[in-house]
Ligand binder design. Sequence first.
Ligand SMILES: CC(C)(COP(=O)(O)OP(=O)(O)OC[C@H]1O[C@@H](n2cnc3c(N)ncnc32)[C@H](O)[C@@H]1OP(=O)(O)O)[C@@H](O)C(=O)NCCC(=O)NCCS
Length: 215
Amino acid sequence: MKLTAAVRAGRKYPKATSQELSSGFSPTVHLKDVIYSIRIALASELDKVEREAIYVLTEANMRDMAVQSSTGWDPSQKKKELFHQHSRFVIIYRIPEDVQSDSSTSHTLVDHIVAFAMFRFEAERGEDIIYCYELQLWPSVRRSGLGRFIMNTLVQLGAKYNMKRVKLTVLKANTPALAFYHAIGFTLDPTSPDYVDEQDPVPEECDYQILSKGI
Ligand SMILES: CC(C)(COP(=O)(O)OP(=O)(O)OC[C@H]1O[C@@H](n2cnc3c(N)ncnc32)[C@H](O)[C@@H]1OP(=O)(O)O)[C@@H](O)C(=O)NCCC(=O)NCCS
C-alpha cells in the first residue's frame, strides 16, 4: 500500500522520543550574558506545573489580541490544542544567577520557563512540514535573540527529520511578531488566504497570514 505523506508523518514523526528529538542539540544557550537551559519535550512529558506555566504565558501574550480577532479566545480549546498528543515543545528555562555560579546545585528545582515554542510534525499538500503553533516569550527576555534561536532550532529539527519547511500562522494585528518573522526570513506562504499569484489573483479578506520558511 502506498503511504501518503500524512500517514507517513502520522506514523513516523510523532513517535520520535524526546531523547531522539534532542540528540545533537546543546542543552544550554548563552545569549547576552544569560545562560538559558533548553528542553525538547512531548506534551505527555509535561507535568501540571509546566503546563500551567505554558498556558499562563500564552494567555498573557495572546488573549487580548485573540479576543479581538476571528480566532477568539477559548481557554479549554487553547489547552486542548497546546497539549494535544502530537504537540512537541522547545522549552527555555532561565537559570537564576545564584544557581549559575553554584555548579553543585541542580537547577531543575528552581527552573523558570521564560519562553517556549509548540510545534507538530504535519503533512500539507503532500509536503512534510513543521507547524509552529506557538512561540511565546515573556517580555523580560525579548530582543535578546531568543526568538530567533528557538525558530532556528525548529528549522534544525525540520532538517533532521527531512521536513521541507517551517510554517506558522500570525495575526495581522501582531505587527511586532510580523516584523520578527520577516527579519528571520519567513515570507508569505502560498496557502495564506491573502497570497496572490496568477492563478489566484484576488486576495481573501482575513485577519491572519500564513508564513513559512524553506528548510
Ligand atoms: C515575537 C517574539 C517571539 C520575538 O522574539 P524575540 O526573542 O524578542 O526576537 P529576537 O530578539 O530573536 O529578534 C530577532 C529580530 O527580529 C526583529 N524583531 C524582534 N522583535 C521585534 C519587534 N518587537 N519589532 C520589530 N522587529 C522585531 C528584529 O529585527 C530582531 O533583530 P534585532 O534585535 O537584532 O534588531 C516575541 O516578541 C514574543 O514572544 N512576542 C509575544 C508573543 C507573540 O506575539 N508570539 C508570536 C505569535 S505568532
